[in-house]
Structures are given as structure tokens and as C-alpha cells.
Design a protein around this ligand. Structure first.
Ligand code: DGT
Ligand code: CA
Ligand code: CA
Ligand code: ZN
Length: 575
């Protein structure tokens, strides 16, 4: 079975959780968590490392013992120690871990103090007011837990996958299908192709020569947990991580029509089919027909042309005005990954990043960027070892030295400064004034009223050093709702104060979302697409941010970091 870095990291995190519930040694628990972090931050696959016989114990935080466990997972897909722990800790307790805001420590406490054994127990106890008086809980936490239980119920058993989770599993599968003798084309359609932030399932289309045994090959893929259905032209499988993949084999003459149909969105398809009916045509996944005669279907482009439309990029196919724009030749020329010239949010070891300033900057330069902002956290963020003025000033000197050393590339002096509850910034003005670019964000007091939260950000934006509002809603997909804030007002204030907004490219943030990023553009506010890199491999997340920007109809010029540093510098000047 193909093992991914995230499988190894998952297993280690689960071991840590279960050891924690059992009350084992803190040091040992931390070792598993650190190892999980190291593995998921690696830019190469552990499988390859093991196959090449590399010594994994050379990685930071991985000793001989853990290296052996990684090897065991790579070779067998399992970890005996985890199985053992799963036998020891009851299922109900393990399920409690899936409730947000409940770490292993709290699960242990709930179990030991009031005998909670399951999610049902927890909900009853919370509603009966039994939890809020426990040490470390309180009314607020109890409320949050009840909300999380509600959310878990609403989402039901069928969870949506983040785009990166889907990508990690489907690209190797796509590759495997492409390598099948007789296969001509193989592409992913559906919400994945539209770069939606989460996908329900993955839809793959293939064309192949007569007699290709593609369905057998598909259901025999190593990562398959279960075959849901198998037919001649359509099959569905469930991968080991519970992601469903549908495969359809289509005739070559229908490929464009099938791609169009299965890329969706459904709303886009329905609108297009309506246009067909208006022309007295019929349109389906096999083609476009006038009576019995096929008048199109081989390529998507040809189909759109038949309707007098420009080719519509998948990210725009949501029936949000793309048809009118395409009819008037007014579709945007969407921003592309290769347009990006620098990254405007990154962290180093100085706070919660994993690599040094020089390592991060060198990696950014190797990506072909012209500039790169180092934006470590400010002092309020104690959990990330946030920097005070003194430490930041020292880092600025380090950046000066580095800039003298690295040629043809500029490390920008920056910081991710916290917006405090009252709307002031977490660092002194004299220091902020020395920076090339100032990224501002909220990491605390998420629960303010909509009015107070909006006021807080608006006040901060009046600060003459404020450049970019990072992850403007604080949401984490599947984990944390956005905080209450009036984004329309925030966008207007950004316009007024010459501030900008971020599309954070981390796949669990993708914040701003497509709708509000589009609104920012409408109102004349440019956006930065930033990876918020905490490791070198995070620099590759840029593609997810670009996908979100494309869904928001953004063009190259709408994005701050497609501009040269000289141009960007002018945009950062305040009135
Ligand atoms: P997902 O998987 O929930 O993230 O979203 P999609 O868009 O990938 O939806 P999915 O997998 O159910 O179906 C793939 C595409 O097939 C969808 O985008 C449009 C097309 N499709 C599915 N059902 C219908 C339908 O009832 N009518 C039309 N016109 N198209 C459909
Ligand atoms: Ca789908
Ligand atoms: Ca599907
Ligand atoms: Zn951070």
C-alpha cells in the first residue's frame, strides 16, 4: 500500500493522543508529536527515504526508536504499538477526541472525574450543567463543546476533504491509471478541477483503446479500502482514508462533453443545458445534438464556441456570472501560479517555524522568487514564542546581513503583528516603521461581537504602518468557524486606508474565501496570496491560494505579489 507522509504523521499523533489519555510520560508524548510535525513538513516522501536506505534518525526529533517505527509503517502500513493502544483505550473515549476543543487531557479528565465514556455521555453531561464547574472548563468551553458536537452531527458520517488531502491521494492514483496499457487520456474533473476548497468525492475521466482492462486495474489499486461499485463504464472505490473516487470511461468523441458535464458545477451545467434547449439542441455527457446529429462534444472549447461563448475556466463554473461575461468577451485573464514573484508571509525558527531565516530565504529564492517576507509572530502570541521589539530588531540586522550575501533576491523585513483586542498593534511604532511590509492578524479574542470585532480591525487599519490583513476571518476548514466580522466594512476600510487583504494559501485556511476575495476586487482592493509557510515544503502551498484567487475571478494585476518589488513598494506607501 502506498504510504504517505501524512499517514505516518497521523499514526504518531494518534499514538501521542492515546498515551496522553492513559496519562503516560509527557516527554515521550511530546516526542511523538514532534516527530509527526517533522514528517508532515518534509518535502520528500518517507517511503522513498526508507527505500533508499537513508538514515531517518538524522531528521530532527527522530531517534533510532522512532526511525524504526517509521520503517514499520512504510513496510507494513501499520504500527503494532498503535493497535495495542487502540485495544487498551475504549472506542467511545477515542471518539471523544474527534470533538474539537477536546484534547486527550480533557478526555482523560472527563473520564476520570465524571465517568464520561462517549459523545452521548458528554452531550448529556454538558446539557445538565455538569461540566462547566469542572476545573479548566467553564461555561464558554462547555458551550463550544456543545457547538462542536452539533457540528459533528450535522456533517454526518460523510466528511468533505480538503483539497490538499484529495490531491495527495488522487494524483498517485491518476498517475497509476495513466500508466495503464491502452489508456489515452486521464483527468480529474468535478469540484477538484474547479479548485473548490473542499471536495465531496473525486471524479476521474479516462479514454482508452478498445479492450483495455481499465476497471479491473482501477479496483485493484493498492490504496483501495472497498469497491463500492464496478461496471463497464463506471466504477466507484473508497480509498483507505475514506475518500470516494468515481471513474468513468468515455468515448473519445464525447470527451469534451463528459469533461464539461462532470466538472460541473451542477448549477453551471443546468444553465448551459437551458441554453441548449433554447436553441432546440440537446446536451448531455455524450455531446451536443441537433436532432440525432452530433454537433459537438470532442473538446470543451468547441462546445462553448457553439454557444458563442469564450472558453470558461473550471474555477469560474459556478453560475456566478460567467455566461454573461463569456458572451461579451469579458472573462478575466485569471492569475496563474507562474505570475507569483514572491511570498509575503512566512515563519522561521525564531517563532513557530521549523527552519532558520537563511534556510527559508534560500528555499524561496530557489523557487524562482524575487522577494520573500519574513513575518514571524509578535510577542502577544506567546504559544509561538512571539518576538518583542528587541528580538525583532535583532532579526532585522540578520536580514541586512543576509541580503548582502544573497544576490538578485530580496528578503523583506516584516512581521506578523497581532491586532490586540482594542485595535492597537502589538509592537511599538518606531519598530514597525523600520519594516518593508507589515502583516497584521488576529490570534486572540475570537468571540467578540460582530460590531466589536469589526471596530477592532477598522481601528487597526488606521495605523499608518498597517499593510496587509492576514487570514481575515480566522476560519479553519472543518475545525473552526470564521469569527463574526463585517467583511464588507473591512474591505471598504482597506480601500480607504490603502490596506490590502490576504488569501492565505494554507489548505485548511484559504481565507479570504472566493466570494469575499471577489468582493475585494470589485471594490478596488488588491490581495496578497501568501503561504504562511512554517516549513520549507509549505512554500509549495501557493497553488492552493492561486486556485482560490482564480475562483474569485482575480487577474494578475489584482494580486500584490505578482508585481516587482519596485512596484510593490509604491503600493505600500501610505498617503
Ligand atoms: P463534490 O464532489 O460534492 O465536491 O462536488 P462535485 O461538483 O464534484 O459533484 P459530484 O461529484 O456530485 O458530481 C460531479 C459533477 O457531475 C458535478 O459537478 C456536475 C455533474 N452532475 C452531477 N449530478 C448532476 C445533476 O444532477 N445534474 C447535472 N446537470 N449535473 C450533475
Ligand atoms: Ca466530486
Ligand atoms: Ca462524484
Ligand atoms: Zn505561526
Amino acid at each position: 500500500m502506498p504510504v504517505h507522509n501524512s499517514d505516518v504523521a497521523d499514526k504518531f499523533n494518534r499514538v501521542a493522543d492515546l498515551l496522553d489519555i492513559k496519562g503516560e510520560n509527557e516527554y515521550r508524548i511530546r516526542a511523538y508529536r514532534n516527530a509527526a510535525q517533522t514528517i508532515s513538513g518534509l518535502s520528500r516522501s518517507v517511503v522513498e527515504s526508507v527505500e533508499k536506505g537513508e538514515d531517518l534518525s538524522e531528521l530532527s526529533g527522530i531517534g533510532k526508536d522512532l526511525a524504526g517505527k517509521i520503517e514499520e509503517i512504510v513496510k507494513t502500513g501499520e504500527l503494532e504499538q498503535l493497535r495495542q493502544l487502540e485495544r487498551e483505550v475504549p472506542t467511545g473515549l477515542r471518539q471523544l477526541l474527534s470533538i474539537e476543543d477536546l484534547g486527550p487531557k480533557r478526555v482523560k479528565q472527563l473520564h476520570e472525574e465524571i465517568g464520561i465514556k462517549s459523545i452521548e455521555d458528554l452531550e448529556k453531561a454538558a446539557k445538565a450543567g455538569k461540566i462547566q464547574n469542572m476545573e479548566g472548563f467553564g461555561k464558554k468551553t462547555t458551550q463550544k463543546i456543545l457547538e462542536a458536537i452539533d457540528r459533528a452531527k450535522k456533517e454526518g458520517p460523510k466528511k468533505r476533504f480538503r483539497l490538499n488531502e484529495a490531491e495527495e491521494r488522487s494524483l498517485p492514483l491518476l498517475d497509476y491509471l495513466k500508466k495503464t496499457e491502452g489508456v489515452k487520456k486521464a483527468e480529474i474533473a468535478g469540484s477538484y478541477r474547479r479548485r473548490k476548497e473542499t471536495v465531496g468525492d473525486v471524479d476521474i475521466l479516462v479514454t482508452c483503446k478498445q479492450g483495455t482492462n481499465i476497471m479491473d486495474r482501477f479496483v485493484n489499486y493498492e490504496d483501495v479500502q472497498k469497491v463500492i461499485s464496478k461496471g463497464d463504464t463506471r466504477s466507484s472505490i473508497m480509498l483507505r482514508n475514506n475518500l470516494q473516487v468515481d471513474l468513468r470511461v468515455v468515448p473519445e468523441v464525447s470527451y469534451g462533453a463528459a469533461m464539461l458535464y462532470f466538472t460541473g458545477s451542477k448549477a453551471h451545467n443546468v444553465a448551459l443545458r437551458k441554453k441548449a434547449v433554447e436553441n432546440d439542441w440537446k446536451m448531455n455527457e455524450y455531446g451536443l445534438f441537433k436532432g440525432k446529429k452530433r454537433i459537438g462534444g470532442k473538446t470543451e472549447k468547441e462546445l462553448y464556441e457553439k454557444f458563442g461563448l469564450q472558453y470558461i475556466e473550471p474555477e469560474l463554473r459556478e453560475n456566478r456570472g460567467e455566461f454573461d461575461a463569456a458572451a461579451n468577451n469579458e472573462l478575466p485573464d485569471l492569475v496563474k501560479l507562474k505570475d507569483i514573484r514572491g511570498d509575503l508571509q512566512s515563519h522561521t525558527k525564531a517563532t513557530d517555524g521549523k527552519y532558520s531565516l537563511e534556510e527559508m530565504a534560500t528555499a524561496a529564492k530557489e523557487k524562482g522568487y524575487d522577494y520573500f517576507a519574513i513575518t514571524d509572530h509578535s510577542k502577544r502570541v506567546t504559544v509561538a514564542n512571539g518576538m518583542d521589539e528587541k528580538r525583532l530588531l535583532k532579526q532585522l540586522e540578520e536580514i541586512d546581513r543576509l541580503n548582502e550575501k544573497i544576490k538578485g533576491f530580496r528578503v523583506l523585513k516584516s512581521v506578523e503583528v497581532d491586532i490586540l483586542k482594542d485595535g492597537t498593534l502589538d509592537l511599538a511604532d518606531e519598530v514597525l516603521e523600520k519594516l518593508d511590509i507589515v502583516i497584521c492578524s488576529i490570534h486572540y479574542n475570537f468571540k467578540l461581537s460582530r460590531q466589536a470585532q469589526t471596530r477592532r480591525v477598522l481601528k487597526a487599519m488606521e495605523h499608518p504602518c498597517f499593510h496587509i490583513l492576514a487570514h481575515p476571518t480566522g476560519r479553519m476548514l472543518g475545525k473552526r468557524e470564521p469569527y463574526e466580522i463585517d467583511l464588507e466594512k473591512v474591505i471598504d476600510a482597506a480601500k480607504e486606508n490603502r490596506c490590502y487583504l490576504e488569501i492565505n494559501a494554507q489548505p485548511d485556511r484559504l481565507d479570504l474565501n472566493d466570494v469575499y476575495a471577489g468582493m475585494a476586487k470589485e471594490k478596488g482592493v488588491k490581495l496578497a496570496i501568501s503561504t504562511d509557510a512554517h516549513t520549507i515544503s509549505d512554500l509549495d502551498l501557493m497553488r492552493f491560494g492561486v486556485g482560490q484567487a482564480r475562483r474569485a475571478w482575480l487577474q494578475k494585476e489584482d494580486i500584490l505579489n505578482t508585481h516587482s518589488w519596485e512596484e510593490l513598494k509604491k503600493m505600500l506607501k501610505k498617503k
